[in-house]
Design a protein around this ligand. Sequence first.
Ligand SMILES: *Cc1c(COP(=O)(O)O)cnc(C)c1O
Ligand code: SF4
Length: 347
Amino acid sequence: MISTISPKKFFQSADFPDFDNWQSELAAAISDLDELHRLLDLPAPEAADTPKHFGLRVPHAFIQKMQKSDPLDPLLLQVLPSPAERLAVEGYSTDPLAENHQNPIKGLLHKYRSRVLLTITGACAVHCRYCFRQHFDYAANQPSSREISAVTEYISAHPELDEVIFSGGDPLSVNHKFLSLWLDKIADIPHIHTVRLHTRLPVVLPNRIDDELLSLFANYPKKIVMVLHINHANEIDEALIKKCQALRAANVVLLNQTVLLKGINDDAEVLSKLSHALFAAGIMPYYLHVLDKVAGAAHFDLPIKQAVGIYWQLLERLSGYLVPKLVQELPNRPYKTPVNLHLLDDD
Ligand SMILES: *Cc1c(COP(=O)(O)O)cnc(C)c1O
Ligand code: SF4
């Protein structure tokens, strides 16, 4: 039996405010470095010089899963701005996937034949320091309510599409009215069978999965897939497990994608614990992504041979269905590319 609960100093309820709804919880996300350190019983940090458009941002519910007094907590390291972000490293760019040129219309990316990706918002509840879309020009790519029709006309005119993916930013960071407007429009397109949501909200702010959203999903006429983004077993707590049960009861299929991150989950033991914890929560491992080479994230990257070595150990340890696919995104390929697992053979 693998336990995901490590001995930790628990937060007292007095540490955090009570919230009436997810919007006020979202609005109260911590953006002040000193406050974050105080909550975690860590010494005050040196002033960090974070980019204005992508500063510190982390909701209380995610902080609650961190270990107090541990400066190397794997959840903390994902959100804590670091001076290493400011280093220019060769090979790391602001648009590693050359996506900024692949928008046929505002808010829509059509890179893969059978599915389109929609960015209905640039906002996220949390700022992950390794995010590959941290430099993406969302303001220029966000369709307004009025522009929804341009997107739905494009999808209607492309019968080779069978799935619409809401991505971001985080598509669950928008309000219920805007999200249901989008989902209603997609529901009317006959050749779309599946709607997918790529989201980290249930992980960093489980209260986002409220009754209103659950009933929207339960009554939706198409298949709904939710791809969560969880990188470490400590992100899976009781609150998330309960919400996953509710989502499954609403007929939502739950998958997970993980980014392989130096110092956070670059270890077969950590990753197999994660797979077991996901499965216990009713979430199937889907992808393990090699980091996209985005400017500011080089310090999270590891050599591809090391990634492959870790992956072979995972294959050895886990039931086949618990092993995510190891992939990387290469510019201008019409799919996510499986990593060559025989890189090590000549050594
Ligand atoms: C990742 C991604 C998808 C989804 O790919 P799957 O392999 O179906 O998960 C679709 N469009 C874009 C642009 C993507 O980056
Ligand atoms: S939640 Fe996803 S899109 Fe948002 S900052 Fe994190 S990695 Fe980027």
